[in-house]
Design a protein around this ligand. Sequence first.
Ligand code: CO
Ligand code: ZN
Length: 332
Amino acid sequence: MLRDTLQILLAAYGPSGHESAVADAVRELLEGHVDSMKTDALGNLIVEKFGTDENAKTIMISAHMDHIGLVVTDIEKEGFLRVNAVGGISPLFVRGRKVVFKDGLPGVCALEPNTKNKSTPDLSDLFVDIGAESREEAEKLVSIGDMAVYAPDFTALGKHKVASPAMDDRCACALLCELLMYAEGQKHNIVGVFSTQEEVGLRGAKVAAYTVEPDIGLALDVTAWGDTPETKLPAVKLGQGPAVKIMDRSMIASPAVREKLFEAADLAGVAVQREVLAFGGTDGGAIQLSRGGVPTGTLSIPCRYVHSANEVIDMRDMEGALKVLLQFVDLA
Ligand code: CO
Ligand code: ZN
């Protein structure tokens, strides 16, 4: 079930560049459901499921495994950690939050009191308290360069919504897993790429696309929301279906792929939204610029409070997206 797969993947530790625990969880879920699995030098997990058509195209579908986080830059003599960003993480979202390091070591984040009068504190005003009482004690637990992520969590909100810190982009990893599990006798070759280092610049997808040489590219990712107080853009609402991206800062979606997604949604009987995002990017931006160019689109899951410790999605959009994907790999 989608929800169970999602919960398994949300629990794995995986800041950018350190995604192997997520890859292990995916490998375990997909064992016996796919034709091949391999990991490349950047840690991308590349999974093939062959199509049945003699003219089968190769469709690369990417979902990133990495999660934004904090990297230790210095340890104060009193034992507090100084940190910098791994991806787009804001001090306003991080303050007061619990984080965990790879070995499960917890910490809590706080802002210096003198930042109260600052309208925009930055990460240099933040420190992480791991309970150590001296630099020496802290150094036994962490080293400069160690990374922390928001502590894993999963909360059901109302009938259909769920909140978690790692929804970006484990919800898409869950979709891609389920697609690979449930696609049966589909026309085209699916190459699922569970990519790395998206949050620091679409790095994993860039090399994976070169290796895979796809005929068609598709990224799966969260997008922003326009349905909370004083938030009107993008014109995307939770629970109204997955969104077909028209453009964002990283790409203008291939009109042909976009239309195939609409067609697949039609066949699946799933309502979809049209997404124009004034900021952000996805693996799609890297895939479409690979080699001589790849026609590429993005299917998005609307997500509130992206990059906070409570990223909220609607499970109805997830279920709709899975149905669209199952049609797409038969049609594209
Ligand atoms: Co992100
Ligand atoms: Zn993402």
